[in-house]
Ligand binder design. Sequence first.
Ligand code: MN
Length: 321
Amino acid sequence: MDKTKLKEIYNRIKAYDKVIILPHGRPDGDCIGSAIGLKEIIKTSFPDKAVYVSGEISEFTSFIGTLDTIEDETFKDALVIAVDTANKNRIADQRYDQGSYLIKIDHHIPVDDYGNMQYVDTTRPAAALIILDLFYMFQDELSISEKGIQALYTGILTDTGRFKYEGVDGDTFRRVAMLYDMGLKPQKVYAHIDTKSEALVRFKGYVLLNYQKTANGLAYIKITHELCDEYDVSIDEAASLVNELSVFEDCPVWALFAEYEEKIVRGRLRSKGPVVNEVANQFDGGGHPMASGVNLGTWDRADEIIKALDQLAKDYKSQLD
Ligand SMILES: [Mn+2]
C-alpha cells in the first residue's frame, strides 16, 4: 500500500467535479466490481460530483450495477480512472485519453505504463482491494453505499477464486472484515455467482466428459463455436468453466481454449504451481503467475501452447522429484 500515492489519488478525486471510471473489455467481476465500488464511494461521499462508469456490459456482471452511456464531450475536464487493466488497448472505452487527467489503478504486472499517474500494486489479488485500500486510508472522510459494498466484495471474491488463489493475505480479510462491518450481505452475492443456467450445467457435463490430459500433467479442453451453438451457451459462459479442470492431483496446470468471434482462439491458463504467465507472454498474452490469458488466433497455435504447457508441467514435476 503506497500511502503517498493513495493520497494523491484522493486529492485528485476531490479536485475534480467529474470522474469517469473505465473497466476493461470482456469484463469480469473484479473490473466491474472495482469500477462500481469506486463510483459508489465517490457518489456517496461527494454528492455534488458527477461520476460515470463507461465500458462493456456482460450478462454475468450485470447484477453488480449498470454502466453509463456517455457522450464524447463528457470527457472534457474529467478525471479518468482506468481500473484493473494492464494495457491501454484492453480498456473497453477507448476514449480514455480524452479527459484532462488519467489514472491507472491496477494489480496486474504492468504491460503499458499508460496514464498521467499509475497506481499498480501486484501484491493485491484483486483491483477491488486497491479501491478498499483507498477507502480504508480515508475512511473518516469517505462513505459507501450498500451497492458499492456488494460490488467490491464481488470483485474480491471472483478474482481470488473465493479466497483460494495466491496473493490472498491478512489484508484481504481485514478489508473484507471492513465490508462486513459496514453491512455486507454476502448471500446476495452468492445468489448470483452460485447459479448457472441449465444450458451451462449441461455444457459443464460436456467439459467433464471430454477434457484431455497430457502425459506430463496438463488438463485442457478445446471449445469451438459450433459446440457453443449446439449447447446454447455463450463463449464467455463456456470459458468461465476453466476451473472445472483444477481438480486433478496429477495436473498442476490446466487450460481452456475457446473460439471467439471470427474464429479467433483464446486461452485461459491456470496453475497450482508452475508459473504460467511467462509462457503466456510468448503467446501474445499475460496476467498473473497462476492465472493468465493468451490470444492464439488459430487452433494450430493452441496446439503449440499445449506442447509448451506440457513441458512446463514436466519441468515442474522434475523439480519436485
Ligand atoms: Mn482483477
